[in-house]
Write a protein that binds this ligand. Structure first.
Ligand code: NAD
Length: 358
């Protein structure tokens, strides 16, 4: 019996609602699989927790999380606290301290979902976003607050090691999945220190270690236009932290929106737990109404199953999602329907049960 210890942090807003459905889906798999079980431990780390304890997680929060096989994360963000506080006190420390330097975000056409741009051709690519350094650094500071001379400095930190590691992760994926081309998102024509180094080591890793793969380099401003004009031409996109963040929301928009976009924050060496969360945030505009689409979070749960070595179970979940979308009878508001979060969860569970029961 393979049993996995999973830390569950639902967070704020719709994070709580979509997590509930994800846990229901995982429980159904456990029900049918005699050799698979999940030991879930729920942590209430969120805005509510901060208001009570003055911090987003306990002082030894990372120590607590370290012993888990994976972290399933909902979303955070609540108008009662500044967004930078919630993000930098909870998500960022986990991503950075646990060396989750790969942020993996698939962008894939789904049956029954109209893409504003697909013109009938399938979109199917993945984004490998560098997730531990780059533009999202705490290096910098401010001076002369409120005075005419006020100034702010925010440093971009890139390391050769960081560039090489994200490139290798993307190339390994490409080789494993029969992809031929790596698209490099760059801006080395203007950002001449960090981005030139990024280009140099990305190209060097591909040329020396993965000569079978082709590298296409695009400046980020042109690349966003190509995402819109020819999204079908991409296979594996490698981007720095900021560029990858923006590209993945654009990618999400190409295939039906944030309610359908999963992501994984991975420490490939498995030295630390990896974290699985939807691309979307806490969506305060719809939180508490029970209408959020849980697919992005449930699919993130499937990415977790794949990471834990149960690709068979991940496939069951993604097949069930595709079956529900293909039939088109149960749709949440974001994809043109009226179903609730729980109704979408139930529809996916019903499809999984059908797979087992025939
Ligand atoms: P958001 O992703 O929360 O919402 C953007 C839009 O997409 C909203 O209109 C929302 O209703 C819609 N949407 C998002 N997920 C949906 C779903 N599952 N089903 C249906 N509609 C969905 O982004 P935002 O509005 O920029 O940010 C809101 C809060 O979330 C902020 O506090 C922000 O800091 C936080 N945030 C957190 C994370 C995270 O936890 N990883 C990521 C992004 C934003």
């Amino acid at each position: 019996m393979a049993s996995f210890d999973i830390a569950v942090i639902a967070g704020d807003g719709i994070g709580i609602e979509v997590m509930e459905e994800t846990l229901r889906v995982l429980a159904v798999l456990e029900e049918y699989e005699s050799d698979f079980s999940l030991n879930l431990e729920k942590f209430p780390w969120s805005t509510e927790y901060y208001l009570e304890h003055g911090r987003m997680m306990p002082e030894d929060g990372l120590e607590i999380l370290k012993k888990f096989d994976a972290i399933l994360f909902g979303a955070i963000g609540d108008a009662r606290l500044p967004d930078d506080l919630t993000i930098w006190e909870l998500i960022m420390p986990i991503r950075k301290q646990f060396q989750q330097y790969v942020n993996f975000r698939p962008v894939k056409s789904l049956p029954g979902i109209h893409s504003p741009l697909s013109n009938g051709e399938e979109i199917d690519f993945v984004i490998f976003r560098e997730n531990a350094e780059g533009e999202y650094s705490t290096s910098g500071g401010t001076m002369f607050d409120g005075q005419a001379e006020e100034m702010a400095v925010q440093n971009v930190i890139m390391t050769r090691d960081g560039v090489e590691k994200i490139t290798r992760a993307a190339c390994e994926y490409a080789m494993k999945h029969g992809r031929k081309k790596i698209t490099n998102a760059t801006k080395s024509n203007v950002i001449v220190h960090t981005m030139k180094m990024w280009d140099k080591y990305l190209k060097q890793v591909v040329a020396e270690e993965y000569p079978e793969l082709e590298v296409e380099s695009n400046y980020i401003d042109a690349l966003v236009a190509y995402f819109v004009q020819r999204p079908q031409s991409f296979e594996v996109v490698v981007a720095s932290n900021l560029f990858g963040d923006i590209l993945s929301d654009l990618g999400s928009g190409l295939v039906g929106g944030l309610g359908l976009s999963p992501s994984a924050n991975i420490n490939p060496e498995k030295e630390f737990p990896s974290m699985f969360e939807a691309v979307h945030g806490s969506a305060p505009d719809i939180a508490g109404k029970g209408i959020a689409n849980p697919i992005a979070q449930i699919w993130s749960g499937a990415l977790m199953l794949e990471h834990l070595g149960r690709l068979d179970l991940a496939d069951r979940v993604t097949t069930a999602i595709e079956d529900v979308l293909r039939e088109g009878e149960v749709k949440t508001a974001d994809i043109g329907g009226t179903a609730t979060t729980a109704e979408m969860g139930t529809a996916i569970i019903t499809k999984i049960r059908e797979q087992y029961e025939g």
